[in-house]
Design a protein around this ligand. Structure first.
Ligand SMILES: NC(=O)CC[C@H](N)C(=O)O
Length: 309
């Protein structure tokens, strides 16, 4: 398939998604996110040769939410290496992404860094020795460098909105503290977590960000090869919470979703893809984003499980 065909494929997918009646439900437990129209859809693909193709609302900013758990994991792995796994597991979860029950069953060790409790632990770890402002500054620097774009900011209204209504996250933080798996006061770790979830990016910026995970030679080298492999493995097995098996079956590409409706998908050596559609399925993953990635993966045989690759 030629590059112009790829662009046409993205345009076709965009048109197909616009025609879907069921666009999923926009997250409403964070009131600021409930304001976004479910009709928005954008997609952008970066290739190994440096070219980028986009369609739809690919330059509109959206709240990355749990896609930011990739940022915290990358920084925490770089700093702690295997020491990270003393406080968080690396197995798929069986409950919803903000389950208190699963944390209790696992005695305060979250199943993986991509469920909320796991990301609270990685956030708590990268907070060690710094102020919340310094930690968020480090995260933004990391994201901007990886995306080669300084125009990436936190939306304070989204962070404030979740601080007030994110009761399950408060419960998770207190649970972690009760199991002595949080080193900072709950409000300090949660403050950083709510703010990094509120980072806003466009599909074009997010696809650009993912280049180092796809191992492109032109991407900024910010993370070791071993850690890239670990992050991609976790994205494949845990990136869509208790919907990760279904996502692997349908799409077959390591990916991380967020309740803002964004998904970052990494096809090692080939493509870094970002898609955004704010309506979610029942596991809290973008309904049309998943459908679009399934269509793209099938038409280009981009699943890592495709025998023809
Ligand atoms: N799945 C998500 O994107 C969850 C992130 C959101 N900030 C929360 O903690 O609930």
């Amino acid at each position: 398939m030629s590059k112009t065909d790829l662009h046409q494929t993205l345009l076709d997918i965009c048109a197909d998604m616009a025609g879907c009646n069921d666009k999923g439900a926009v997250a409403n437990y964070i009131p600021e996110l409930a304001k976004v129209s479910p009709d928005r859809f954008g997609i952008s693909v970066c290739l190994a040769d440096g070219q980028q193709f986009s369609a739809g609302d690919a330059t509109a900013r959206f709240s990355v939410q749990s896609v930011s758990k990739v940022f915290t994991l990358a920084i925490a792995l770089g700093r702690y290496g295997d020491g990270l796994w003393r406080r968080v597991g690396r197995e798929p979860s069986t409950h919803e992404f903000n389950s208190v029950q699963e944390l209790e069953l696992r005695k305060g060790i979250p199943p993986n860094p991509f469920v909320n409790a796991g990301a609270l632990v990685t956030t708590d770890m990268i907070l060690a020795g710094s102020t919340p402002a310094e930690t968020l500054g480090e995260m933004l620097r990391f994201v901007r460098q990886a995306a080669s774009d300084d125009d990436i900011l936190i939306d304070p209204a989204v962070a404030a909105s979740e601080t007030i209504t994110g009761h399950k996250n408060w419960a998770l933080a207190h649970f972690l503290a009760s199991f002595k798996n949080l080193e900072h006061p709950c409000e300090r770790t949660l403050g950083v977590y709510f703010h990094h979830c509120a980072i806003e990016m466009t599909c074009e910026q997010l696809a650009h960000f993912g280049r180092f995970l796809a191992g492109f030679s032109h991407s900024p080298s910010l993370v070791s090869r071993d850690n890239v492999r670990s992050i991609n493995a976790l994205m494949m097995t845990c990136g869509h919470y208790n919907g990760s098996g279904e996502f692997a079956y349908r799409v077959g590409i390591p990916a991380k979703s967020g309740v803002g409706g964004g998904i970052l998908a990494i096809l090692p050596g080939k493509a870094s893809i970002a898609v955004w559609s704010p309506g979610l399925n029942k596991q809290g993953n973008s309904l049309l984003g998943t459908r679009a990635l399934e269509a793209l993966s099938k038409s280009l045989e981009w699943s890592v499980f495709d025998s023809g690759r």
